[in-house]
Design a protein around this ligand. Structure first.
Ligand code: AMP
Ligand code: FE
Ligand code: FE
Ligand code: ZN
Length: 275
């Protein structure tokens, strides 16, 4: 089978995905992908390991990161592609973000305890290991300890944005997020705008230096993909795409489910070179 497609939005177990970097590479090869970008939250450890595992295969592995920014009270995710991931200032910064994620995990466990849910941070740690702690780890812990019956119930009852154990992350503005990506010569792309559902933010983000919009995404239907491709063109941005695979947490892994053309990667490289 001729390889055609790529996946530019993947999480490994270095953040809140379930696949190890090695499993990520194996699955990408199984799905006949030409190229992947590893876009863990606040870490590049998964990317570094994945690229190593892919050596000698024909899979291209590119560096990425997903930053959670806060704009007008909403969680705006910004993807950074083709970043100079060894830059010491960048490394230090995302290490701080990971430490803040750990503290936030503790705060959410505290809130759960206040609600009478006897979950311990030890349990969360045994699931998260050294990864960037995220709500999915807490959801997995709640499920394992049978405080909930399903992964989704954990979000609906406790961890979702409007649920009682939710704790926001310390505020990172989109300006700072985009600047951090540009500092390491990366390309800044608005992640899953369809789930954000505030298209009026896009011109503001463009003013802050946004380079692209994620058009293909597992939570975007066909018309949404088209809408964001058109929006990218309107603002002179590139469009990208990926599955946002977090591994096989809820059935089959999503990797490769979005038919993202290789041209998206060429566009990202062009933006990087032209800056
Ligand atoms: P965090 O970065 O810790 O706020 O966690 C965000 C991650 O939690 C996202 O990448 C999703 O994988 C997951 N998530 C957020 N909201 C939900 C939800 N309502 N149901 C299931 N997963 C969710
Ligand atoms: Fe995630
Ligand atoms: Fe996201
Ligand atoms: Zn993601």
């Amino acid at each position: 089978m001729k390889k055609e497609y790529i996946d530019l939005h993947l999480h490994t177990n270095a953040s809140d995905g379930l696949f190890t970097p090695e499993e990520t590479v194996k699955y990408a090869l199984k799905m006949n992908l030409l190229a992947i970008a590893v876009t863990d939250h606040d870490t590049v450890d998964g990317f570094v390991a994945a690229r190593m595992y892919a050596e000698g295969s024909d899979l291209e592995v590119y560096p990425g990161v997903e930053l959670s920014c806060m704009y007008r009270g909403y969680d705006v995710h910004v993807l950074g592609y083709l970043i100079d991931y060894t830059n010491p200032e960048f490394v230090k910064k995302i290490e701080i973000f990971r430490k803040e994620r750990y503290k936030r995990g503790e705060a959410m466990v505290g809130k759960l305890n206040d609600l009478g849910i006897n979950l311990s941070m030890e349990t969360v740690k045994s699931i998260a290991g050294n990864s960037a702690v995220g709500r999915p780890h807490l959801a997995d812990a709640l499920l394992r300890e049978e405080f909930v019956q399903t992964y989704d119930e954990a979000f609906a009852r406790y961890l979702g944005y409007h649920a009682p154990a939710y704790v926001p992350k310390p505020v990172l503005t989109p300006e700072h997020g985009i600047d951090l990506i540009h500092l390491v010569r990366g390309v800044a792309v608005l992640a899953h705008p369809g789930t954000l559902n505030h298209d009026e933010f896009v011109p503001d983000l463009v003013g802050m230096g946004l380079d692209g919009i994620e058009a293909y995404h597992s939570l975007h239907d066909r018309s949404t993909v088209q809408k964001y491709k058109n929006m990218a063109k309107k603002y002179g941005l590139v469009y990208t795409g990926g599955s946002d695979c977090h591994g096989p947490r809820k059935g089959k892994a999503l990797m490769g489910s979005q038919k993202v053309p290789y041209s998206c990667l060429i566009d990202l490289k062009r933006v990087k070179e032209q800056r």
